[in-house]
Design a protein around this ligand. Structure first.
Ligand code: ATP
Ligand code: MG
Length: 615
């Protein structure tokens, strides 16, 4: 068994892929080039996974490339911790699937220095296939290379600050940008409202020479934060508020995590973004719907510069919203800072690292992202869709093991004391190649407390006084005596086994209605098991402005000590386990030999569906 990624689901089709397919058919571009552009101001979440799968998926399906680019234009909120986590999470999600589509940056070179000679029409980041000149691992697979070089270098918008600055000067020279001295409050006032035109800034008609002089002095740090801005000169009466002379540069005396103390001014996102796309040779700049209203500005900036190469185009799709889940970096940060969860990678978090730690595989996450599709309409995806994708994936790959979460002891009175019988157990009925293992059977075993009821309801097919049940891979047993302590609690059951009822035995075909799991008491390993559940009790935690903290699920984490079959002492973090009849589990990174800690990734069945039917 390995977690090696197999072929993914067939390529989906949607309106963005239709557009790309038409461009490929019409040979509009030499190569399809997308990008995934996170701002490193938080950890990536499952919504970002949708965008990553879309952008890398398109590169994969249409023979293109996709750049991972840090959109790092705001030094105040960004941090290398986030940069590192983004690199790790993207790599994990696309490894073995689309990592050969990753635009690779030649160390020490930015697209600017490569394309700066003006002779090359396209900056084409090297892909693995063409990278022999760059990569010492050229003959190896993308996977080998990834293992050898686990942190691929992403692109940084901040690497283009010189070039973006230069474009700003060009806009000034073309009379399309001006330095404005309005205070933020005045600027707000002059902007107008969606139903009311704005007013021209009194600084709008400065000459290019004056603007250039002021802009250079802004760059050189002569003015304090907020004293001046550089604004695009578009149209203060435009119905689109983003076209009302938007700010494209602001003064910020702040150190940047990637460029250090070099800059005193920083480009605004809208200005840097389209230019970064252009600099990298991006053809399809795919983002979420909230950027639709920015698209005219995106186009205006690129068109106003008279750029020589083909311009990138922006396309928008609906972001992922998931029930029982918050997907806002700000809110996720709040969960972390207020210690509602243990960190960004708490397995209850919808972050990629949290989902990974919970035991979900990259393949399951990609299948989910593929199956939900890409549309233009905002909606709410049922978290059950994600859970279904996780179960389907784990059912295929998980090794079956026996584990008892809430133990009840059984003494099998007709089984000899001290005898250990090794029984065969199947590792994965979905995968014959996973083979078999031995599990020890002895006179004293544990079963699940729930699997015995003294006064059972009708149709209770598990163990009851005088009743019979089959022990998985072992014998049929009959409950002959219930032992209680002085306060009337059941502490132990005495049973007899039909010693001919094992596979191959004379009575093995005898029918009993129920089969339950068990572990040998003498051999069982104690392990901490973390039973994770949804973090919120309501599908829309923030519905009608409610505080999400009022609907936290008090049972989102339960920690118990379970009894595991002995083979689990060799459990590996990269493997997945099904504790039979219970759910899917994975070894947590907090495990520290000999202490075992398992996370429940997901229950076998959807327990929430039952709840909501009851309700
Ligand atoms: P914020 O702007 O609040 O910092 P963000 O989630 O938009 O947060 P970005 O770093 O800008 O964060 O996102 C990177 C890319 O991921 C963007 O292209 C964005 O459109 C996309 N993205 C973000 N959230 C989602 C989501 N829920 N579903 C799909 N794509 C998303
Ligand atoms: Mg954003």
């Amino acid at each position: 068994m390995s977690l090696e990624n197999k072929e993914p689901a067939p390529a989906p089709s949607d309106f963005i892929r239709d557009i790309v397919a038409a461009h490929v058919a019409g040979q509009k571009y030499p190569r399809i080039h997308t990008r995934f552009p996170p701002e490193p101001n938080g950890y990536l979440h499952i919504g970002h996974a949708k965008s990553i799968c879309l952008n890398f998926g398109i590169a994969r399906e249409f023979g293109g490339v996709c750049n991972l680019r840090m959109d790092d234009t705001n030094p105040a909120k960004e941090d290398v911790e986030y940069v590192d986590s983004i690199i790790e999470d993207v790599n994990w999600l696309i490894a073995g699937w689309a990592d050969d589509k990753l635009g690779l940056k030649e160390k020490g070179k930015t697209p600017e220095t490569i394309s700066g000679d003006g002779k090359r029409d396209f900056f084409l980041p090297a892909t693995v296939g063409q990278a022999s000149r760059l990569s010492p691992f050229a003959n190896e697979t993308a996977r080998d290379r990834r293992d050898a070089c686990p942190t691929l270098e992403p692109f940084y918008a901040s690497d283009y600050f010189d070039q973006i600055y230069d474009y700003a000067e060009q806009l000034i020279e073309r009379g399309k940008a001006f330095v404005c001295d309005l205070s933020p409050a005045d600027m707000e006032f002059y902007r107008g409202a969606p139903d009311r035109p704005g007013k021209d800034s009194p600084f709008r008609n400065r000459t290019p020479e004056e603007n250039l002089d002021l802009f250079r002095r802004m760059r050189d740090g002569e003015f304090p934060d907020g004293a001046r801005t550089l604004r695009a000169k578009i149209d203060m009466a435009s119905p689109n508020i983003w076209l009302r002379d938007p700010i494209i540069y602001r003064i910020k005396h702040a150190e940047h995590h990637h460029t250090g103390a070099k800059w005193k001014i920083y480009p605004m996102y809208d200005f840097a973004h389209g230019l970064s796309d252009y600099i990298e040779g991006v053809t399809h700049s795919i983002c979420t719907l909230e950027f639709e209203v920015h698209r005219p500005l995106y186009d205006w900036i690129l068109e106003s510069l008279g750029l020589p190469r083909a311009l990138p185009k922006q396309y928008e799709f609906a972001r992922l919203n998931l029930s029982y889940t918050l997907l806002s970096k700000r809110k996720l940060l709040q969960l972390v800072e207020e210690k509602i969860v243990t960190g960004w990678d708490d397995p209850r978090m919808p972050t990629i690292c949290g989902i990974r730690r919970r035991g979900v595989t990259a393949e399951a996450l990609r299948n989910f992202a593929y199956n939900i599709g890409i549309t233009k309409f905002n909606g709410l995806t049922d978290v059950a869709v994600l859970e279904h994708a996780i179960r389907e994936d784990l059912n295929k790959r998980a090794l079956r093991r026996l584990a008892v979460l809430r133990p009840l002891k059984i003494v099998i009175t007709n089984f000899p004391e001290g005898k250990v019988e090794e029984l065969d157990a199947v590792n994965n009925p979905e995968d014959e190649s996973a083979g078999k293992r031995k599990i020890p059977f002895t006179r004293e075993i544990f079963i699940e407390r729930d699997d015995f009821q003294e006064v059972p309801p009708p149709k209770f097919f598990r163990l009851k006084p005088g009743g019979e049940v089959r022990l998985k891979y072992a014998y049929i047993i009959k409950c002959v005596e219930v032992i209680k302590n002085s306060s009337g609690e059941i502490i132990e059951l005495h049973c007899t086994a039909d010693l001919d009822s094992k596979t191959g035995g004379a009575t093995s075909s005898r029918k009993v209605k129920g089969t339950i799991h068990w572990v040998s008491a003498a051999h069982a390993l104690d392990a901490e098991v973390r039973l994770y559940d949804r973090l919120f009790t309501e599908a829309e935690p923030e519905k009608d402005g409610r505080d999400f903290k009022s609907v936290l699920n008090p049972r989102s984490l339960e920690v118990i000590t379970a009894k595991l079959e002995p083979s689990l002492k060799d459990a590996k973090p990269e493997l997945r386990y099904q504790f039979e009849r219970i759910g899917y589990f994975t070894l947590d990174k907090d495990s520290n030999s000999p202490k075992l800690i398992f996370n429940r990734t997901i229950t076998l069945k959807d327990t929430w569906a039952k709840e909501s039917q009851k309700g």
